[in-house]
Each structure stands twice: as C-alpha cells, then as structure tokens.
Ligand binder design. Structure first.
Ligand SMILES: [Zn+2]
Length: 193
C-alpha cells in the first residue's frame, strides 16, 4: 500500500520479471475509535480496556497513517443537527470552490506534466510554491515538537496548507491556512500514543 500511495505506481515482481503499473488514486478510509465504537462518545460508555483499544488501533501502522493527508474525527450526529433547518452551504457552492482550487493547481503546474495537484509536489516544488512567513513557520515548529511529527508529516502539512490557501482563493499561505492543515494531523497523535 505504501508505494502506490507515495509514488502513484505499483510494481509487481515475479520470478519472470517485474512490471510497473500506474496507480494514482484517492484513498478514503474510516474506522471506529475502539472495538465497541463508543470511545470518546459523550453519551454512551466505551466498554473496551486500554490494552484492547491500543491493540485495535495498532492494526493501522504509523507509517500508513503518516501517508494519509487529512485525519478527521467524526462524532455521532445529534438529533437536533439531523432535524436542524439551518441553511448549510450547498454542494454546488462547495463544488465551485473545489473546481477553482483545481484550476489554480493546473495553472501552477502547467510546465510540469507529472504533477497533477498539490499532493503530488516534490521537495523542489515545496520550496517554490509553499513559502511561509515567519508566523507560519513558528506554528509548524511548535506543532512538530508538541505532536512529535515526522519529516514526512511536515511535507504533508505544507502541501495541505497550499490547498487550504487555494480553496480560500489566496496566493500566499497565511498562518490560518497552516493551523487548519495542522489540525488535520493532530488526531493520529492524540489517539495513537
Ligand atoms: Zn470501546
């Protein structure tokens, strides 16, 4: 799983030789926080012991988690939210924002046919397209230390910050964009310690 996530290619080796196939995809996965599913729930009690919870979570390895860009906790939906008549942003509006963000990326990488979107940037692109002000750099430094993040997670934060800025229709990455990107990384560190 790691090679295709990282390189967008998969290599199959057999006695007769090895073949490489294209394998660019978007991975979306969901899991429960513990075997019973109620860990952290405010209304129902989790019946799992700490060792049981830890063993369950260790089924997903750290290196795999590191390669997933956005980690989001999805709490149970309350009745008042389901029944709410509050106007939410429409899918059409959200789609429009995503399309504009994609266009920005196509424009950015027009001379680089191998890079299709921010997630596929190499280190040299990060230097060019993810320049940070001092405030933003400080934010990342603190997060790296406090959350004990890997170098790979650092690169991912930069790329996600770029995307958050693109969706916000901004040329420069600001500290708000960086904090949002960091938020998407905190979940694995708080649950997987
Ligand atoms: Zn449980």
């Amino acid at each position: 799983m790691r090679q295709p996530i990282e390189d967008g290619r998969v290599t199959i080796s057999r006695a007769a030789g090895s073949l490489t196939f294209p394998a660019e995809f978007m991975l979306v996965a969901a899991m429960n926080p513990c075997p019973c599913g109620y860990f952290g729930d405010l209304k129902r009690e989790c019946r799992c012991g700490p060792v049981q919870v830890q063993r369950y979570r260790q089924r997903i390895s750290g290196p795999l988690l590191d390669r997933i860009d956005l980690h989001i906790e999805v709490p149970a939906v309350e009745y008042r939210d389901v029944a709410s008549e509050r106007a939410e942003e429409s899918s059409t509006a959200i789609r429009g924002r995503v399309m504009r963000g994609r266009e920005r990326q196509q424009e950015r990488f027009r001379n680089d046919p191998k890079v299709t979107c921010n997630a596929r940037m190499a280190t040299r692109h990060l230097k060019q397209h993810c320049k940070l002000e001092q405030d933003s750099q400080d934010l990342i430094r603190v997060a790296m230390n406090e959350l004990n993040l890997s170098a790979r997670a650092y690169d991912r934060i930069l790329k996600v910050s770029r995307t958050v800025a693109d969706l916000d229709d901004k040329i420069d990455i600001s500290p708000e964009h960086v904090s949002e990107a960091i938020q998407y990384r905190t979940f694995d560190r708080t649950l997987w310690v």
